[in-house]
Design a protein around this ligand. Structure first.
Ligand code: COI
Length: 357
């Protein structure tokens, strides 16, 4: 076990947190992990109080966005201690994102150990309420100061943690999603499958416009034909047509390989459901809707968990799905995944990394 140099906070942020109204990502725990890449290697890193750090105006990431992030959750297990859900999947994806934008890979065991240590030190920040969790956010970015467009030679990796409720204020209630046939999120050969900051910056304008029209988020279509469904940006998307579970495949490299996506597909296959990862056009979705075969649409993501889609807005028309109610499958997947996360259901897949506190 790595023992990180640790400086404990002298003042806690705990009392300023409204645990009855957590929302997503507005509160932060007392400590942060920081490691720097200097002289060709990542330092072991240290844990210190959460707080601002100084940057130079010429820091390359501010100008050219050489930054990535991850998101995973820690839960209070009903059996005591803390459960991290599939942290190795996130750690591996972090290094894949890093490769895509020329950030040197991070030692996976050290990353996991840093997350575990933050959970131990800031244990009291892990919400007790069912449905809430401690969201763990690793971020890595270039720290070089220059204006030429090239990769940095120094980097910083930080991990912050945030007690959260579910991503959408709706919780498990259905959300309204607008299909964007104007803007695109990612093209083949681009960075769509990497969790890099620029993908999210590129999504802001379309999302803002969708919000102004009363939708929560945008469903992105492919960049070339604007026909095939990609993802929502904060979550992957799944359709239940008849009794088949259909979701866009990862093969084009334009969507994020979601950890919750993988978990849902795994569970669905175990339940004997027909699961198909393939290209699915928005016209097929609308046609299934008009034939009464589109039984459910839901998003999957770490922050969103399972988010039923009650309304799909496309070309000025709203398509109501499953009477705008939580679908049977959405509810079942939510119960199965959260049951494992909180230690209520047996973890038959080895998805939980348990931390004694
Ligand atoms: C997550 O689900 O962890 C995400 O990163 C989505 C969003 C908060 C950006």
């Amino acid at each position: 076990m790595i023992k990180f140099k640790t400086t404990l906070a002298t003042q806690s942020r705990f009392d300023s947190i409204n645990f009855n109204d957590l929302r997503f990502g507005i509160y932060f725990s007392d400590h942060i992990y920081v490691s720097d890449y200097i002289n060709g290697a990542w330092t072991e890193g240290e844990i210190k109080p959460y707080g601002p750090f100084e940057i130079e105006p010429a820091m390359c990431t501010l100008h050219y966005g050489q930054a990535l992030f991850e998101g995973l959750k820690a839960f209070r297990s009903v059996k005591g201690g803390v459960n991290l859900f599939r942290p190795y999947k996130n750690a591996e994806r972090l290094n894949k994102s890093a490769e895509r934008i020329c950030i040197p890979p991070f030692d996976i065991e050290r990353l996991i150990e840093a997350m575990k240590e933050l959970c131990r030190i800031d244990y009291k920040f892990i919400p007790t309420k069912r449905g809430n969790a401690l969201y763990i956010r690793p971020v890595a970015f270039g720290t070089g100061n220059f204006l030429g467009v090239h990769e940095s030679d120094t980097y910083r990796l930080i991990i912050i943690t945030s007690p959260v409720a579910s991503y959408y204020p709706e919780g498990l209630n259905p959300v309204r999603i607008m299909v964007s046939d104007t803007y695109t999120r990612a093209a083949k050969g681009g960075t769509g499958s990497a969790k890099v900051a620029g993908n999210y910056a590129a999504s802001l304008l379309a999302t803002k416009k969708a919000r102004e029209l009363g939708y929560s988020q945008v469903l992105w279509l492919d960049a070339i034909s604007h026909q095939f469904v990609d993802e929502v940006g904060a979550m992957n998307i799944m359709f239940v047509i008849d009794d088949e579970l259909i979701t866009p495949s990862l093969e084009n490299g334009t969507i994020l390989p979601g950890v919750t996506r993988d978990s849902v597909l795994t569970i669905a296959r175990e339940w004997g459901m027909k699961v198909i990862e393939r290209a699915i056009s928005i016209e097929e979705v609308i046609s299934a809707h008009s034939q009464g075969k589109l039984n459910e649409v839901f998003g999957t993501g770490t922050a969103a968990v399972i988010s039923p889609v009650g309304v799909l807005g496309y070309k000025g028309k709203d398509y109501i799905i499953n009477d705008n109610k939580i679908g049977t499958y959405a509810q079942k997947f939510y119960d199965a995944i959260t049951g494992i996360q909180y230690g209520e259901l047996e973890d038959t897949h080895g998805w939980i990394l348990h931390i004694e506190v």
